[in-house]
Design a binder for this molecule. Structure first.
Ligand SMILES: Cc1ncc(COP(=O)(O)O)c(C=O)c1O
Length: 409
């Protein structure tokens, strides 16, 4: 018996509720549990809390919106101010400042939406046989049926019966197999979907020239390039969006998480002007949307959060965090305590060279929350983290590695 009704995501369901850590409050990068233990949130919850916990500006904006209008839908003929404003703020900072923005709740909803949009674009172009989605090994795109189908993490894909047909996988480290795929099936490929930096798969940046190659292949063969910016968006890589960091423009991209720093659920899809015009030319009504698309309170959180990211210079801060973290990883590697490290801006992985689960537990006991993926620990701290707090992360990481490493112990 698990001891509670609650089913935890990505958990062993027989695990007892008492074994979970109950987080009760947060301030900045710090969290506190119900036993009074304090933690540095080195993963920003799940890759999302750019502005840190307890930000008064965003709390006040949410509260003010709740006082006025808590909820209302944006299905025709209705609209609301915060939804219009947050859509404008997102596109203005993106590579498609004249594009259009669809709003949902979760990253998974944004992914399923963008996949449907890709198919629709080709149907509107009269290219009805373009159904293939190309996914990358190691990619994570949420857990709705579409996202599950296009993710490149096999254990998450299996065990659910048949998923979407017409999905083909390419390696994440070499563009040549993609070129071969396009040469053979280019006229049937609807879109390639990729995170700018693969997050849940283990913080894997693209090889040099990889995205330029994908962009070229898509252009040559009439397919769409989709970036899933659910983790990389809103400053994480040192630009507003990962596509800007890598200098490659997708036709459409998803966002979620950092748009509200997770204070309330909000996600979306940005489409280019060209796609917007194609969709606007559709004589049929647009038959897609969620009850919570454009939820006014979630959107008010987004407006305030983007304002905080801007006024506190957090996009630029991500690059500074990157410099500090790289220094820390380099030093640990120099001392023989890491097999390697990878990342950029404020998203990193430290490769221990052995299964990271035990070191993660030791790290947690020392008051730092990170996430293990195979032999690596993931880092994605709030963008408000100070140099002193980064220093504490590295001190405790060193200590945790010393306590658990089969090499140094
Ligand atoms: C790149 C990416 N896409 C989609 C998702 C799914 O988002 P959500 O869990 O909000 O549905 C995630 C979640 O981590 C993600 O990292």
């Amino acid at each position: 018996m698990s001891g509670s009704a609650l089913i935890h995501p990505f958990s062993v369901l027989a695990q007892h509720e008492n074994e979970f850590i109950k987080i009760v409050s947060g301030e900045g990068v710090m969290l506190r549990d119900d036993a009074g233990n304090e933690y540095i949130d080195a993963l920003a919850s799940l890759w999302l809390c750019q502005i840190g916990h307890g930000n008064r500006t965003v709390i006040d904006a949410i509260t003010a919106q709740l006082d006025q209008l808590q909820t209302y839908n944006t299905f025709a003929p209705f609209s609301n101010g915060p939804a219009v404003e947050v859509a404008e703020m997102v596109r203005a900072r993106s590579q498609h400042p004249d594009g259009r923005v669809f709003l949902g709740c979760s990253g998974s909803e944004a992914v399923d939406t963008v996949l449907k949009f890709a198919r629709r674009v080709h149907q509107l172009r009269g290219d009805v046989d373009r159904q293939i989605f190309v996914r990358r090994t190691g990619g994570y795109h949420g857990v709705n049926v579409g996202g599950t189908s296009v993710q490149g993490l096999e254990p998450i894909r299996t065990g659910w019966g048949d998923l979407l047909p017409h999905v083909v996988e390419i390696p994440n480290d070499d563009v040549e197999p993609a070129a071969q795929l396009f040469a053979e099936h280019g006229d049937r490929i609807a879109a390639v979907i990729s995170e700018p930096i693969q997050g849940a798969g283990g913080v894997i940046p693209p090889p040099d020239g990889y995205f330029e190659g994908l962009r070229r292949l898509c252009d040559e063969h009439g397919a769409l390039l989709i970036f899933d910016e659910v983790i990389c968006g809103f400053g994480r890589t040192g630009s507003w969006f990962g596509g800007q960091t890598f200098g490659v423009t997708p036709d459409m991209f998803t966002f979620a998480k950092g748009v509200t720093s997770g204070y309330l659920p909000l996600s979306g899809v940005v489409v280019s002007r060209e796609i917007a015009e194609l969709m606007e030319s559709d004589p049929e009504k647009f038959m897609h949307g969620y009850t919570y698309s454009g939820h006014p309170t979630a959107c008010a959180a987004g407006v305030a959060n983007i304002g905080v990211i801007e006024s506190e210079g957090l996009v630029e801060q991500a690059s500074h965090i990157g410099t500090k973290m790289e220094e820390g990883f380099r030093a640990l590697q120099g001392d023989g305590m890491l097999a390697g490290y990878r990342g950029l801006g404020a998203i990193w992985a430290a490769d221990l060279g052995y299964d990271a689960a035990e070191t993660r537990e030791a790290f947690l006991k020392r008051g730092v929350i990170s996430r293990p993926v195979a032999s690596a620990l993931m880092f994605c701290p709030p963008l408000v983290i100070s140099d002193a707090e980064i220093g504490q992360i590295f001190d405790r990481l060193e200590d945790a590695i010393r306590a658990t490493s089969p090499v140094t112990a």
